[in-house]
Design a protein around this ligand. Structure first.
Ligand SMILES: [Zn+2]
Ligand SMILES: [Zn+2]
Length: 456
């Protein structure tokens, strides 16, 4: 990937982090793991990286799910009511929970986690800047970004930034009627009349006809522009986020940042694809929005999940099933046991061919499935044991699977044991074709018929 930053100068990388009103799911963590692989791959290739991730703790409204992020309740305030805590307590609790899982997945800590509520001044300043350029207007509930004015003044097409029109079909009638254009979005919202929010601040703005101070809070999109530009500069290299941010959040970030600065905001946008569950959508209402805790309850480790993530390319949908997680658990245990064998004979030598192929895979748009394939092939090759160990640990700087750990004993499910028994009977009876079918079934479930080490 060609980057503007010359080697030596840090690559600026910003990831849109979680909204801390609930536990992050394995879907959320897929994106953060992809960002982590990218950071590690850049470092492995000799770049310095300045990595920033935000924590959204205010302003992310429930209407976002319906395609209009300017309506509905603030997720934090809603959770606070439900859990009988303050929004501040909610943020604190779920941020801490997020960090625990973050560490379990062996994700490298960003240089800074930045919170929206710690950067209210920066957000107000950005809105003022946009106001100064004539890119905002006021309604009874807030200050809005004017996408038509943006197009007229910058010559840029907002519609080219966004896939919003497609996504918003069906959700339109809920939109705020005071918006001049459905694509416009809130930069600052006034606290509703008579409502005392847990999180609200003074600002230079008030609704038409209001007397006295009117408190308010920033719109959801503005935090990411304000904070990324504060820490990484008005133009920076890479911005990562989930696919769900492609239609609205990111086009809005671009429009308001470039509207304010007149400069290009970000050089490369990286969007992580969705995680499906059992072939369908994952959702809290569907009861399948699993988190690390749910996996641990069933005897899995967060790094089994990390291996599973790596088995797919970050920008292609990946289907989570308990069976596929089992297969990942088995594969990771096997990798570790293969590596343990080579540990004692470690020397400093390396074999450049495998290293190059591994690098090629990673540099091919973070092709982690290919990188894993190179690792497996290398371990099964005839290169000296010591080189295998060194190379595997070197690759692990990117993969982050803690490969030098001793492998966990993986229990063989009853179902697999039965298949193994069936296969050996078929073989004894000379029915090799049928036995081979059984072997394939066993392998599809992530087990290896020759692998004695893992089965005991
Ligand atoms: Zn973003
Ligand atoms: Zn964001």
């Amino acid at each position: 990937m060609p980057l503007d930053s010359a080697r030596g100068k840090p690559v600026g990388l910003y990831t849109c982090g979680p909204t801390v009103y609930d536990y992050a799911t394995i879907g959320n963590f897929r994106t953060y793991t992809s960002a982590d692989i990218l950071v590690r791959a850049l470092k492995y290739s000799g770049y310095k990286v300045k990595y920033i991730m935000n924590l959204t703790d205010v302003g992310h409204l429930t209407g976002d799910n319906l395609g209009d992020a300017d309506i509905g309740e603030d997720r934090l305030e809603k959770a606070a009511k439900k859990e009988r805590k303050t929004a501040w307590d909610i943020a604190k609790f779920y941020t801490k929970a997020f960090f625990v899982d973050f560490e379990k997945l062996n994700l490298e800590k960003p240089e800074k986690f930045v919170k929206a509520t710690d950067h209210i001044n920066e957000q107000v300043d950005l809105v003022k800047r946009l106001e100064g350029k004539g890119l905002t207007y006021r309604t009874s509930d807030g200050i809005y970004f004017d996408t038509i004015a943006f197009e007229e003044k910058t010559g840029k097409k907002y519609s080219e930034l966004s896939t919003l029109a497609r996504i918003k079909e069906g959700a339109r009638e809920e939109a705020n009627p005071e918006k001049r254009n459905p694509r416009d979005f809130a930069l600052w919202k006034f606290s509703p009349k008579g409502v005392k929010r847990d999180m609200e601040w003074e600002s230079p703005w008030a609704p038409p006809g209001a007397r006295g101070k009117v408190m308010g809070f920033p719109g959801w999109h503005v935090e990411c522009s304000a904070m990324s530009m504060k820490y990484l500069g008005e133009t920076f290299d890479i911005h990562v986020g989930g696919e769900d941010l492609r239609s609205t959040h990111h086009p809005n970030e671009i429009a308001q940042s470039e509207g304010a600065t007149g400069k290009k905001f970000v050089n490369y946008w990286i969007h992580g694809a969705f995680l499906k569950v059992d072939g369908g959508r994952m959702g809290k209402s569907l009861g399948n929005a699993y988190r690390i805790y749910d996996l641990e309850k069933r005897g899995y480790d967060a790094l089994d999940l990390r291996y599973f993530y790596l088995s797919g390319k970050y920008n292609e949908p990946l289907n989570f099933t308990w069976e596929s997680l089992k297969a990942s658990q088995v594969a990771l245990a096997k990798l570790r046991s293969l590596i343990t064998v080579h540990r004692s004979q470690s020397t400093r030598t390396t074999i450049s061919e495998y290293r190059n192929r591994f690098l090629q895979a990673i540099n091919d748009d973070l092709n982690t499935p290919q990188a894993l394939a190179v690792l497996w092939e290398m371990l099964k090759s005839s290169i000296p044991s010591s080189d295998k160990y060194d190379l595997a640990l070197s690759f692990d700087e990117v993969l982050g699977l803690e490969l030098s750990k001793s492998p966990k004993k993986v229990e063989i499910p009853e179902e697999i044991k039965k298949l193994i028994a069936k296969r050996s009977i078929l073989r004894k009876e000379g029915k090799f074709e049928e036995a081979d079918e059984i072997r394939k079934q066993i392998e599809r479930k992530g087990f290896n018929t020759q692998d004695e080490k893992i089965s005991r």
